[in-house]
Structures are given as C-alpha cells and as structure tokens.
Design a protein around this ligand. Structure first.
Ligand SMILES: Cc1cc2nc3c(=O)[nH]c(=O)nc-3n(C[C@H](O)[C@H](O)[C@H](O)COP(=O)(O)OP(=O)(O)OC[C@H]3O[C@@H](n4cnc5c(N)ncnc54)[C@H](O)[C@@H]3O)c2cc1C
Ligand SMILES: *[C@@H]1O[C@H](CO)[C@@H](O)[C@H](O)[C@H]1NC(C)=O
Ligand SMILES: *[C@@H]1O[C@H](CO)[C@@H](O)[C@H](O)[C@H]1NC(C)=O
Ligand SMILES: *[C@@H]1O[C@H](CO)[C@@H](O)[C@H](O)[C@H]1NC(C)=O
Ligand SMILES: *[C@@H]1O[C@H](CO)[C@@H](O)[C@H](O)[C@H]1NC(C)=O
Ligand SMILES: *[C@@H]1O[C@H](CO)[C@@H](O)[C@H](O)[C@H]1NC(C)=O
Ligand SMILES: *[C@@H]1O[C@H](CO)[C@@H](O)[C@H](O)[C@H]1NC(C)=O
Ligand SMILES: *[C@@H]1O[C@H](CO)[C@@H](O)[C@H](O)[C@H]1NC(C)=O
Ligand SMILES: *[C@@H]1O[C@H](CO)[C@@H](O)[C@H](O)[C@H]1NC(C)=O
Length: 624
C-alpha cells in the first residue's frame, strides 16, 4: 500500500528521539554466517525477501537439508521507520539504503514520467518496506490461474497455505464496538509465523468512509480472508499484537530458523549469475551460484556449489535479471548483452504487470487526522509517550484499516460499453514491441479472463482507499504489460523495468470511471459531514479527455510488480511449470511474485507468502 502522505515520513525526527532504544544490532549474526560459509549446500535460495525467507525456513525444518540464503541487502537495525506501523507502514523506508531505489522506464503513456518502484534491499525484502496489509484476493482470481492451465493453483489449493503462513489475532473490544469490525475465524490460521491483527487505534475518519459505502449500497463484507475480497472490509496488518511492531519476513521466518545449524544466511552479497552445466544428453543443471559483495562491481566473484536445487526468490524485477545474465531468456536479448544462450526461453521478463493508482484529493475538517503527527508537536509527543508506555495510540496504526474493492458494475454504469470495447479490441496491439509469439499466445488466454472480469461481480476490479480525505483508486486487473531486461551481463549495471502502465486504453477507461465514483463517495451525507472540498484534480475536470490527462500525468505505483517468470506451459509464455521449475533446467525453481501469472485483486504480500509455503511443500514432496 501507499505512504499516506509525505509529511508523515518524520522518520528523522523519530530516530533522533529514541532511535537506539529499540534498535538491536544484527551484525553479529551476519559475520557468523559469513565465517561458516560451506563450499556446498543442498538448497541455495537467492534473495532473503518475502518469499525467499519463507521457503528457506520451511526447507530447513528438515535437519538433513542444508540451506543457504544469499541476500544483496543488509540486516536493518530496527530503526523506528522500519518497525513502527505509523512510520514504516506510511512508507518511511522508501528511498533509504534499504530500497533498491529504482524507477520504471519513462513513457509517454504516463506523460514522460519515470515512476518510482521501491523494493526492499534488506533481509526481509519488500515485506520490510510495505504498508503491512495482509490480504488475499478473491477466489475467482486464483481459480483463473488454474483455468490458464496451471494445475494446483486454484483457490482451494492455495487456501491451506494462506492459513499456514498466518497467526491471526482479533481486535480489542473497544475497536470492535467503535467500528463494528467483523472477521471470520474459520478463514484464518493460528500457528503460522506471520502475525496479523488490528491495531488498538484507528484514525477516526475511517468511520465516515464506512458509512459512505453503506449509503452507496456497498456492504461491509465479513472478512476478505474467505476469498471474498469484495465491497468494504476491515483489514488486518502484519504487526505483533503485543509489541505493535512490524512483522516482516525477517521477524517471521528468519528469527524462527536462525538457530538451526543447517540454515545459513549471507547478507550484503549480490548473486551475479547461476553456474550451469549442460550434460551430453542436453540436460541443463545449476551446479553453483556465483555472488559478489554488494558494495563491489562484481569483479572477483565467489561461488558456492548447489547439491540439490537453486531457488530464485529475488523478486519480480531481479529474478528475471538473474536468469538473463545466466543465459536463460530471449536469445536476441542474450546476444545483445554478450551472453551465450543456455536455455532459449523468450518469456523471461515478459508479462510484467503492476497495479497503478491515482489520487483524488479533498480537504476535510476533522479534529484528528494523521497529519496531526507532523502539524502538532504536542499531539506527536503524546502519541509517542502512549506508544512507548502502552503500545497503543496513533503510532500503532499503519493506516488502511478499512479497504474497498469493487467490481466495475458496482462503481460504473459503463461496464457493458467498456466490455464491448474490450471484446472488439486487438489487445496485442498495445503490447511491448519485442513481445514474442509464445507470450502472445498466453496473453490471449489472459485477455479472455480480463474481459470476463469487466462483467463479473466475484472479484474487485478497482480498489478505493480512504486516507483522511484523499481517495486512492487502484487498478487491479490491468491489460497493459511491460518488460524487464537486464542492462548488461553484469547485474551491478542494473536492470531496465518498463511497467507498461496505461499502454492499453482500457486501463484508462476503468480509471476514469473510478474517479467519477470517488465524486459520488464524496457527495454522500457521511463524507459531507467533513466539509470536503475537491483539490485534485478539481471539480472542473470532468470530461473523459481531461480525466485521462490527469490520470496519465499523476498516476503512480501501488508497488505490486509481478508476472515476469509466470507459471505456465512453455508454449504459452510460461517460464516455470506448475511445480515452479524453470522450463528446460533440471534443478532451478522461481519462488516469488514473478511467478504470479495474473495479478489478483489484492495487495500481493499474502499471495507471495502462500506461494512460498506451497512451494516448500512441493519441493519437500509433501501433499497438503
Ligand atoms: C513500499 C511498498 C509497499 C507495499 N505495500 C504492500 C501492502 O501493504 N500489502 C501487500 O500485500 N503488499 C504490499 N507491497 C507488495 C509486497 O510487499 C510484495 O509483493 C512482496 O513483498 C514481494 O515479495 P518477493 O518475495 O517477490 O520479493 P522481495 O520481498 O522484494 O524479495 C526479493 C529479495 O531479493 C533480493 N535480491 C534481489 N536481487 C538479488 C540478487 N541478485 N542477489 C541476492 N539478493 C537479491 C532483494 O534485495 C530482496 O530482499 C508493497 C511493496 C512495497 C515496496
Ligand atoms: C565475509 O568474509 C570475507 C572474508 O573474510 C570478508 O571480506 C567480507 O567482508 C565478509 N562479509 C561480510 C558481509 O561480513
Ligand atoms: C535424515 O537422514 C537420516 C539418514 O538418511 C535418516 O535416518 C533420518 O530419518 C533423516 N531425518 C529426517 C528429518 O528426514
Ligand atoms: C535514491 O534515488 C534518488 C533519486 O535518484 C537519490 O536522490 C537518492 O539519493 C537515492 N537514495 C539513496 C539512499 O541512494
Ligand atoms: C456501527 O454500528 C452502529 C449501530 O448500527 C452504527 O450506528 C455505527 O455508525 C456503525 N459504525 C461504523 C463505523 O460503521
Ligand atoms: C527489442 O529487442 C532489440 C534486440 O534485442 C533491442 O535492441 C531493443 O532494445 C528491444 N526493444 C525494446 C523496446 O525492448
Ligand atoms: C489536526 O490537523 C487539522 C488540520 O490539518 C486541524 O484542523 C486539527 O485541529 C488538528 N488536530 C489536532 C489535535 O492537532
Ligand atoms: C495539539 O494536540 C493537542 C493534544 O492532542 C491538543 O490538545 C491541541 O489542541 C492541539 N493543538 C491544536 C492547535 O490543534
Ligand atoms: C447508474 O445510473 C443510475 C441511473 O441514472 C444512477 O442512479 C446511478 O447512480 C448510476 N451508478 C453509478 C455507479 O454511477
């Protein structure tokens, strides 16, 4: 999710006030792992992020498996902006040394802007930077993955893994009675490593949004975790119910595995390539993994041998890069960067997709808003004391306690018209210029699903987030696709990620309708009590053309990059098979957001954890 607003990112102030009090240095563990690095491991996991730590933890449960995780970033120091929900959840770590700090390629479709795409470069990966929303998509979102030809990737198969990853704690009584929060215990897990709960404080204007939805006939669903991530719902976050601090993949899956002698983690080292061997029978095997200190330029790399499998978990932007520099990808790209083709797999780095958002801003009159943390020093001081003494109050909230995901026909009367335009459209015409025939075939299957989603009411097409008068709309099922391409054979030269945002005009059409619906929300009696005045784009911006210009000129990322090593048949542009094995390689899997073939109507962390939990069982040969 998004930072609430830049004026909340008062991380510096916090650090000054009590930075070292909560900090616990992890440097000792880092050195220990380094000193005991073995020449070979059964499993080498590339990337200690959200998925990588989950899968490494589960594989190391078997003491006969030796597991090494290699992570480009360092351990964080539990800085306030990493662990306090109101700071970290508001994006406090974005742009720090824990962020890869890159932007998407500039494009005319977004008015020539290079839109930032923060991603975690730290032990814990993007689960250390994110807004802590732990959420599942709708059942039909995952059922469509299976319909694309991916056996075992429907809702029913993923449901046990959503539960396995989680320990859910209901909200406190005061919150339940004040906000009417509901949940469904049957949909949750209670023995997983990832804590999810509700903070003991909600920013109070969220109640006006809840009432506004009611006025518009939009119900509050009992719980999104049932696979019914529709309408409004109360949203748990990944925080510890006692300390009210962030639970990232590090707190969840590293802390519980680090004492195992068969589990090693090497931080501060970037994987530079996979070392492959091609047998006389033509079978390609990963024999080792090469890496270099992250503060180097990749010269004098070291390597470690792989006895069983390499598992690529470097995220949707860096996993395809590692494949490409290792000779697994599009032969044209590999020739450009001077790498010999080991496996001709053009789909690597294609099918890139991300959720895009647009902000519509109102000024409101409310006695207590998140901005008071920065515009009122007394308020801030009191909030700080409350947090330090009792782990309660404003600093416990990462925002977004009520979210809303709506089908197109709920928020617009134009769904039939937009569907007709979609059916008549040659969607392939809007794909990146280098799209290959295999991906095109798979994309046509995706388009059939996307067209259906314009009419169905079983999945959210658009997210509506309320933040004290700012309404953020987020497109969940984009038609547009981009690409990820390594810049050279050296990973240290970086990677070119083109989100493809808004290349397809259908994506603009459903966003235009969403802005119109925001105005209906603002016109409710409930929001009216807050005296809303539209500042952005301004009430005079009403025509399709003017709204399109606003969308292209101001949109940004919800930070859910995915799809670049999609599950799928090789002839359909799949990069991994249904067991997440890279096509054409014997002992290499991808386990992270890259394997998502089609984004769900949801924030992605919950799905990534479930994918990783399921992957671990697949690798262990366990059937849930
Ligand atoms: C600011 C922000 C807010 C977000 N908010 C939410 C939210 O509220 N809810 C939600 O559900 N989702 C949210 N997301 C998205 C969610 O966090 C991601 O989808 C998810 O964490 C991705 O997991 P991953 O395992 O694919 O990749 P990551 O967690 O990013 O892990 C990849 C890891 O690989 C490492 N790596 C990369 N290349 C190499 C290399 N060559 N060698 C070694 N290591 C390497 C990286 O440093 C990183 O640690 C947000 C994301 C961001 C950035
Ligand atoms: C790991 O050990 C090597 C060799 O002693 C040293 O050069 C390197 O700095 C160490 N790396 C870390 C991250 O401690
Ligand atoms: C580890 O391997 C030994 C010898 O092969 C075997 O007896 C033991 O059951 C294995 N342990 C686990 C946890 O699988
Ligand atoms: C991140 O990138 C921005 C813009 O390119 C730059 O100003 C900033 O210094 C970078 N941050 C870090 C921590 O490198
Ligand atoms: C909770 O329910 C009560 C009684 O129905 C209602 O008055 C109140 O507005 C509700 N609050 C919210 C936040 O929906
Ligand atoms: C398309 O591929 C060619 C050849 O590999 C490359 O030079 C060019 O940059 C690519 N174009 C895009 C838009 O990726
Ligand atoms: C919070 O800020 C708003 C305006 O930004 C102001 O109207 C309100 O009085 C403030 N409340 C407190 C407690 O500071
Ligand atoms: C600032 O916050 C304090 C504590 O909540 C409150 O008493 C005071 O009225 C606020 N000041 C302003 C100017 O709103
Ligand atoms: C659809 O049209 C009806 C009738 O004009 C109107 O009442 C309703 O508000 C419209 N719905 C949306 C979501 O715009």
């Amino acid at each position: 999710m998004m930072p609430i607003s830049s004026n909340i990112a008062s991380a510096v102030l916090f650090q000054f006030l009590f930075g070292t009090a909560l900090a616990a240095s992890r440097l000792g563990q880092l050195a220990a792992a380094n000193q005991t690095l073995r020449p070979s491991y059964d499993y080498v996991v590339i990337g200690a992020g959200t998925a990588g730590l989950a899968v490494a933890n589960r594989l190391s449960e078997d003491s006969n498996n030796s597991v090494l995780v290699i992570e480009a970033g360092d351990f964080d120091l539990d800085e306030d902006y990493m662990i306090i929900p109101a700071l970290g959840g508001a994006g406090g770590a974005i742009g720090t040394k824990y962020d890869w700090n890159i932007s998407y390629a500039a494009s005319d479709a977004v008015a020539g802007r290079a839109i930032p795409i923060p991603m975690g470069k730290v032990v814990g990966g993007s689960s250390k930077l994110n807004a802590m929303v732990l959420q599942r998509g709708s059942q039909s979102d995952y059922d469509r993955w299976a319909d694309l030809g991916n056996e075992g990737w429907d809702w029913a198969s993923l449901f046990p893994y959503f539960k396995k990853s989680e320990t859910f704690t209901p909200p406190i009584d005061e919150i339940i009675s004040e906000y009417n929060v509901t949940w469904d215990l049957a949909a949750h897990g209670f023995s997983g490593y990832v804590h999810s709960t509700f903070p003991p404080f909600f920013w109070p204007t969220i109640a006006f949004f809840a009432r506004a939805l009611g006025e518009l006939g939009i119900p509050i669903s009992r719980d999104q975790a049932t696979g019914n991530a529709l309408n409004g719902f109360w949203q748990p976050h990944t925080q510890d119910p006692v300390t009210q601090t962030r639970v990232s993949a590090e707190e969840a899956y590293f802390d519980s595995a680090e004492s195992r002698p068969n589990f090693h983690l090497l931080s501060g080292h970037q994987v530079t390539r996979l070392l492959t061997e091609t047998g006389s029978n033509g079978v390609v095997t990963v024999a080792g993994v090469e890496f270099a200190p992250s503060n180097s330029n990749g010269e004098d790399p070291m390597s470690v041998r792989v006895d069983k499998e390499a598992i690529l978990a470097a995220g949707a932007v860096h996993s395809p890069q590692v494949l490409q520099v290792s000779g697994i990808g599009d032969p044209n790209l590999l020739a450009d960067i001077g790498v010999e083709t080991v496996v001709d797999l053009p789909a690597v780095g294609q099918n890139f997709q991300d959720h895009i958002l647009v902000r519509v801003g109102y000024s409101i009159n409310a006695p207590v808003v998140a901005a008071n943390l920065t515009n009122n020093a007394t308020f801030f001081q009191e909030a700080l004391e409350e947090y330090l003494l009792d782990r309660t109050g404003p600093l416990t909230s990462a925002f977004g306690e009520l979210l809303s995901f709506l089908p197109l026909s709920t928020y617009s009367n134009a769904s039939a018209e937009i569907h007709a335009a979609a059916v008549a459209q040659d969607s392939a015409a809007f794909l990146p210029s280098n799209t290959t025939a295999d991906f095109l075939k798979g994309y046509e299957k995706q388009v059939a699903v996307l067209n259906e989603k314009l009419l169905t009411t079983d999945s959210g097409l658009m997210e509506f987030i309320w933040q004290d008068g700012v309404l953020i709309v987020g497109l969940q099922h984009p038609y547009s696709r981009g690409t990820v391409r390594t810049i050279s054979a050296n990973v240290f030269d970086g990677v070119a990620a083109d989100s493809g945002y808004l290349q397809n005009p259908l994506d603009v059409a459903v966003l235009v309708e969403a802005i119109r619906f925001v105005r209906q929300i603002a016109a409710t009696a409930a929001i009216g009590e807050l005296d809303p005045v539209e500042l952005l784009p301004g009430p005079e911006v009403t025509t399709d053309e003017a709204l399109e210009q606003f969308i292209r000129g101001t949109s940004s990322s919800i930070y859910h990059p995915a799809g670049t090593c999609a599950i799928g048949a090789r002839e359909d542009g799949g990069v991994v098979d249904s067991e997440l094995r890279v096509h054409g390689v014997k002992n290499l899997r991808v386990v992270d957001a890259s394997v998502i073939p089609l984004l769900p109507g949801a924030h992605t962390m919950g799905t990534v954890y479930a994918v990783a939990e399921k992957a671990a069982d697949i690798i262990k040969g366990v059937q849930q």
